[in-house]
Design a protein around this ligand. Structure first.
Ligand SMILES: [Zn+2]
Length: 210
């Protein structure tokens, strides 16, 4: 794993997000946020909004088009729907993150896994709960990033959700290029391998600019 310049002892914020739970916070321009996949193979679904104008928000389409590459990784600039850079990936121990497969929902679970999964907790519920704190709602849930989630895109164009390649203690570092509202769902999915079939806690840290 590459050595990181960021020392947890100097973080201004450090919390553990329980398995299946949401998290959100405001990241000021220049601050760096780290997500740590404490036990490995834990998908973290993420939405990003411009803090003072949340109609401007993360766009998977603009991000992939700008970088001309199908996955999120070191150096990826996470783009908004207005063509601005929200955040840049400046550290990454995993090597590949998805932004094509979307977030799990109760509705999608019933289609993929059967009606008995209708009442299982899902990322869309986490997002809805967390967005409500900021006056946002279901209609503000757009395409998201799935950190630590392994979704190879097959030559046919189909997506496959397969075992995660993120090792315990793996991390991704995001530098805010503007003031950004970050909304995460520590994915509760247990019907496919995106969380190794066992959702686990993550850690979130924030550093001020050096
Ligand atoms: Zn999920």
């Amino acid at each position: 794993m590459p050595k990181s310049p960021f020392d947890p002892a100097h973080a201004i914020y450090d919390t553990t997000v329980p398995a299946r739970a949401p998290w959100s916070g405001l990241l000021h321009r220049g601050q760096v946020l780290r997500i740590v996949d404490l036990e490995g193979q834990q998908a973290v679904d993420a939405l990003f909004y411009r803090a003072d104008h949340p109609e401007e928000r993360y766009s998977a389409q603009d991000t992939l088009r700008a970088q001309r590459h199908a996955y999120v990784g070191l150096g990826t600039r996470l783009m908004s729907n207005e063509g601005n850079v929200l955040l840049t990936v400046i550290g990454d121990s995993c090597g590949r993150h998805d932004t094509s497969a979307g977030a799990c929902s109760c509705e999608a679970n019933t289609v993929r896994f059967g009606h008995h999964t209708r009442y299982m907790h899902a990322c869309r519920e986490n997002f809805t709960l967390e967005l409500g704190k900021y006056g946002l709602s279901k209609r503000d849930i757009v395409s998201n990033v799935n950190f630590f989630m392994n979704v190879p895109i097959e030559p046919s164009g189909e997506l496959a959700i397969v075992d995660g390649i993120s090792a315990p203690g793996g991390y991704v570092d995001l530098r805010a290029e503007m003031d950004v509202l970050c909304v995460f769902s520590n994915c509760p999915q247990v019907n496919n391998p995106c969380n190794g079939f066992t959702p686990t806690p993550i850690r979130v840290l924030i550093w001020d600019p050096a």
